[in-house]
Design a protein around this ligand. Structure first.
Ligand code: 523
Length: 138
């Protein structure tokens, strides 16, 4: 039986908007939108991985706030977990430094305007159910 590897996705929320990132690679995912993030490395906690990935991919100083309940299957052995995150005071604004070619802050009513990766759709739906009203996203 193979090990499962957790991929963390960030529900990065700022001022009542959720950040979506358009993948530029690999070719089968390019052009589709995701909650930015990446693989948790051996010995790393999920929330630390999230902060690292957001720094590497978007150049931001973020903090993980809490996990959205649930787990969604990706291509084996990967599974997707989602954490809510915020920019720390003084953080730079996110920029697509690697893996992405466009970013969008989605306000209420705009969440489904982008073509999310199939596997991110249930994760985004659950994220909205989890924090939508509190964050003004729904
Ligand atoms: N997904 C995915 N949705 C989603 C993320 C963050 C990742 O479906 N919100 C998938 C895409 C890849 C796998 O999970 O098949 C790993 O994500 P990736 O490539 O962003 O992870 P990294 O950045 O850790 O990968 P390396 O380039 O290998 O370091």
């Amino acid at each position: 039986m193979s090990e499962r590897i957790v991929v963390v996705g960030a529900a990065l929320v700022d001022d009542g908007r959720l950040l979506a990132a358009r993948r530029s690679a690999p070719v089968e995912l390019a052009g589709r939108w995701e909650l930015p993030g990446g693989k948790v490395e051996p010995g790393e906690t999920a929330d630390a991985a999230l902060v690292r990935e957001l720094r590497e991919e978007l150049g931001v100083d973020a903090e993980a706030c809490g996990r959205v309940p649930g787990e969604w299957p990706l291509k084996s052995p990967y599974v997707l977990q989602v954490w809510t995150a915020r920019l720390r005071p003084g953080s730079a604004a996110p920029e697509p430094l690697e893996d992405h070619d466009e970013l969008r802050w989605l306000g209420p009513g705009e969440i489904w305007d982008v073509d999310w990766l199939d596997q991110d759709v249930p994760a985004v739906r659950q994220t909205l159910a989890h924090l939508g009203a509190a964050e003004g996203l729904t």
